[in-house]
Write a protein of this length. Structure first.
Length: 165
């Protein structure tokens, strides 16, 4: 009689331990899935932040910004004279300077007004086997001093920065 009672207590203890470990296993699986989603969201946030940082770096490049001598540069303005010739500078110093600034990204400027269709690819370094692209767009004014004598001619353009992860 005592051995049966001991066996019953032993079976109850084993059943309680089994249920406990099943609950712990479910908790670990839930935590693992939660961490996977949290890591993915964090990667998305970091990629978006990197895209915005790269866009800001492009907007304030002295190689592109509208300036006149020692005067204050114009905000959100690219000089078309500089823009047309900057490709050679970027190509000459792609690996030693500009890669440290822009990493794996593509920077393109589209002119949308007054003439549409002009496109300048300023920088293009695609990441091998990239998984995701985060594009950002920014509207800038484009100053052209060649078209008119005296007063500069202004247009509008879109800067598209694509960052690869």
């Amino acid at each position: 009689m005592k051995s049966r009672r001991a066996q019953l207590h032993m079976s109850e203890t084993i059943a309680v331990l089994f249920i406990f470990f099943v609950l712990v296993l479910f908790g670990l699986l839930f935590y693992y899935k939660y961490q996977q989603v949290a890591v993915k969201e964090r990667q998305e946030e970091l990629l978006a932040a990197r895209a915005m940082d790269t866009t800001l770096k492009v907007l304030f490049l002295p190689e592109l910004i509208c300036s006149k001598g020692e005067a204050e540069p114009e905000d959100n303005c690219f000089d078309l004279l500089k823009l047309r010739s900057v490709n050679e500078i970027f190509k000459d110093h792609l690996e030693d300077y500009y890669f440290n600034i822009f990493s794996y990204s593509t920077i393109t400027v589209y002119q949308v007004y007054p003439e549409t269709g002009d496109t300048w690819v300023l920088y293009s370094k695609t990441k091998p086997e990239f998984t995701r692209v985060e594009p950002t767009y920014f509207i800038v004014s484009l100053r052209d001093e060649i078209k008119s004598i005296g007063e500069p001619h202004y247009g509008f353009g879109v800067v598209k920065v694509e960052v690869y992860s």
